[in-house]
Design a protein around this ligand. Structure first.
Ligand code: SF4
Ligand code: SF4
Length: 726
């Protein structure tokens, strides 16, 4: 019997009729149940959102355990949750570090939807003195790699400076010497999570640095280097230009610094006589360095301090000497400091043997002060050299009072090359670093679309299309899954739900560009074509199952036939799993992470099957099951597939072509569809269709499509053209 043509779409794409759509919505009770559960989750989201999110929980006792004696935990800052950690130095307490929890300053949700919380101890010079993970919900570490690699990752920050932009490099980049000093080794399989942790540490540290250390608002990572060109100049010319300065503070200035202390200088001369005389030169600028040191010594010094390092020479010729006899080569001078922007710059003596300086340079004790690249020193901006002068009162236990005398030193900015770090939030680095992968995946998506759209093209040529499909599935598994780690997962939806409840910030998605690209593509194709574009082509675990089944074809394994009623019931299981996961995520229950383990993606794709036995057995079992029950996991268990099937209800197009004879009387496509996505009526169930296009190949093939075969046998005109989606 020929079905009423009015039920059958005619030509081209068309919108679903209201009646038809309604019928689809009513088609399965499980869809309703899941819809209600998702709705409840969404309703709960705004109810829970106003509750305070996480805040640091460490108190003095907790900090004392983490920073035991001889360190002492000081009083918590009155304005921000920062604790000074003190250390006894020469009889008095000095700040060793400022300790804080990152959650109080930077709440960047990770891929579990909640922000990682780390304890940071930041030294007064901006150096990380300690860094530890207090809590995290990164799925790849939980029940996956374990937390140890994350702990080791964070330990790499100790000794680095928060004044520099710290980047996450490839694994072992530092060990191989290929990365700059401000790069930390990433963790393969957890690139995106480590970037979130890096961003958290830097954002929180800079927030604290702005309040306590006076930096963090400037251009971090600014690299300034002296222009390499420039011949030696006569010393007098350098002095005239102010490139070499001689600073002669007078006795009057020195006494003024001690005004009100009642302390006099027992060796004081006339008020206008020089108290000290310091010749100061920034040696990196070639005309200065070459003149003062000579060509060979200048080249050696530049080699020693390395790229980004700085050298400042100070020669003392006055009465008061900041470089006493006891000064030790290579040590940090006690009486000399360099300051910039209100901060003291880390420096030490470069341990050069005293020798002859440039002829004409005054003779006297001298030092070359070496400043490391991490110090954040900007030689193109003014800086000050300060002398610490100490006077004493009393004989046996003298009362010491110190004062700084300082002078400004500046060089013309034209002598320097400035390399300003590219501005942009932390996730931009991830997009730059993964541009190659993104390009490859985007090209593959760009190839897939016309293949699916032009159904009379490649799809109609069975052998060629079959080869294309196998190749694309191999690409999905190898490149999208194992290489780019872009397996979409229900875990992301859990993270999104948690983030909406706790912070409303979904920025963490930007740290994983390949996954975000595929999510964007899937969302568009969901609305146009349904869930099958992802499940049939872009899911790495789905591809793994299909490739395993293809490899097992020569074995001719007998397939399990699931009775229709049981099949319908089993299909509801995946919606139940989805509802359980999303509800527990919305209620902030850790159960969400456990139920999400129903997905074997982490085991099979993210961790390359390197995992504990139960997980391994589960993933391998599903692949084995797939050989007897084709894509059994996808059809019955996958919560991500369920969520896509639900969202696919919004699909605009019925685009798989059908004939009036499909389902009545012809059942060929239904029998051949290995996904059970064609109903006896011939209608495509788009919630179950994986867009393998086998039925489309059949419908265009006059040797397979039964109405066309019969028409040819009867010598009639070929059956009417099917609805095409071109
Ligand atoms: S149902 Fe799940 S496992 Fe299967 S293809 Fe879809 S997302 Fe992948
Ligand atoms: S045979 Fe047709 S209905 Fe079945 S999954 Fe493939 S495209 Fe979808």
């Amino acid at each position: 019997m020929i079905r009423d043509p009015g039920e059958v779409p005619r030509d081209g794409f068309f919108l679903l009729r209201g009646e038809e759509r309604l019928r689809k919505w009513r088609s399965a009770w499980c869809d309703w149940a899941t819809g209600i559960a998702v709705l409840v989750a969404l309703l709960l989201t705004p109810l829970l959102a106003p509750f305070p999110a996480f805040a640091g929980g460490l108190d003095r006792a907790g900090l004392e355990r983490l920073f035991p004696a001889p360190l002492v935990v000081g009083e918590r800052d009155g304005h921000i949750p920062v604790w000074p950690i003190l250390k006894q130095e020469a009889g008095s307490y000095e700040v060793f570090a400022y300790a804080f929890e990152t959650i109080d300053f930077a709440r960047i949700p990770g891929f579990g939807g909640t922000a990682p919380n780390l304890l940071i101890a930041l030294g007064p010079d901006g150096t990380f003195r300690d860094a530890r993970v207090l809590s995290h919900h990164e799925p790849v570490f939980l029940e996956g790699l374990g937390s140890e690699p994350l702990f080791a990752f964070v330990e790499q920050y100790v000794g680095l400076s928060a004044k520099q932009p710290i980047r996450v490099g490839r694994p072992n980049a530092r060990a191989s010497g290929a990365a700059p000093a401000t790069t930390v080794d990433g963790i393969s399989m957890a690139t995106a999570s480590t970037r979130v942790v890096n961003e958290t540490m830097l954002a929180a540290s800079l927030a604290v640095a702005r309040e306590k250390l006076g930096f963090g608002g400037a251009q971090l990572g600014l690299r300034v280097e002296a222009r390499p060109e420039g011949d030696p100049l006569p010393l007098a010319a350098l002095e005239r230009r102010g490139w070499v300065t001689v600073w002669r503070p007078s006795q009057r200035e020195a006494d003024a610094a001690f005004a009100g202390t009642g302390l006099d200088d027992p060796e004081a001369g006339e008020p206008d006589a020089p108290f000290a005389a310091l010749t100061i030169a920034y040696l990196n600028v070639p005309p200065i360095g070459r003149t003062v040191l000579g060509e060979a010594a200048f080249a050696r010094l530049m080699r020693e301090i390395g790229p980004g390092g700085h050298a400042v020479m100070v020669v003392s010729t006055g009465r008061w000497n900041p470089l006493p006899e006891a000064f030790v080569l290579g040590s940090v001078p006690e009486r000399l400091t360099v300051q910039q922007g209100g901060l003291t710059v880390n420096l030490r003596d470069a341990a050069w043997e005293r020798g002859d300086l440039a002829p004409g340079l005054p003779a006297g004790p001298w030092t070359i002060l070496r400043i490391a690249p991490e110090a954040g020193f900007d030689p193109a901006s003014p800086w000050t050299l300060a002398m610490k002068v100490t006077r004493e009162r009393g004989q046996i236990f003298p009362d010491k009072v110190s004062r700084d005398l300082s002078t400004e030193y500046r060089l013309p900015p034209e002598l320097f090359l400035r390399e300003i770090p590219e501005a942009g939030p932390g996730w931009t680095e991830a997009w730059r670093a993964r541009a190659g992968e993104l390009g490859i995946i985007a090209a593959a998506l760009g190839l897939l679309v016309p293949v699916l759209v032009r159904q009379r093209g490649l799809v109609a040529r069975e052998d060629a299309f079959s080869a294309f499909r196998l190749g694309f599935l191999a690409f999905t598994l190898g490149v999208v899954g194992w290489y780019a780690q872009a397996q979409l997962s229900i875990v992301t939806l859990v993270g999104v739900t948690r983030a909406l409840v706790q912070t409303g910030d979904l920025g963490f998605l930007l740290y994983d560009p390949p996954s975000l690209l595929i999510w964007a593509f899937v969302l568009v194709t969901l609305v146009v074509w349904g869930r099958g574009t992802f499940c049939g082509w872009l899911c790495p675990f789905g591809a793994l199952q299909e490739l395993a089944a293809w490899l097992a074809r020569p074995l001719r394994l007998r397939q399990i036939t699931v009775p229709p009623r049981l099949d319908r019931a089993l299909r509801g299981v995946k919606y139940g799993a989805l509802a359980a996961i999303l509800l527990s995520a919305a209620l902030a229950s850790p159960l969400a992470d456990s139920v999400a383990e129903v997905e074997p993606f982490k085991t099979a794709i993210t961790l390359y099957f390197v995992r504990s036995l139960p997980f391994l057995g589960y993933a391998a079992g599903l692949i084995l099951l797939n050989l007897f029950l084709y894509k059994g996991f996808c059809r019955y268990l996958c919560p991500l597939g369920a969520s896509l099937a639900l969202a696919g209800r919004l699909r605009l197009l019925d685009w798989i072509p059908r004939r009036a004879e499909c389902g009545s009387p012809c059942q060929l496509c239904r029998v051949r569809c290995r996904y059970g996505a064609i109903e006896p009526s011939g209608r495509i169930d788009y919630a179950e269709c994986f867009q393998c296009m086998e039925c489309v190949t059949i419908i265009h093939d006059p040797h397979q499509c039964v109405p066309q075969v019969l028409a040819q046998k009867r010598g009639r005109r070929a059956a009417r053209r099917p609805v095409a989606a071109e």
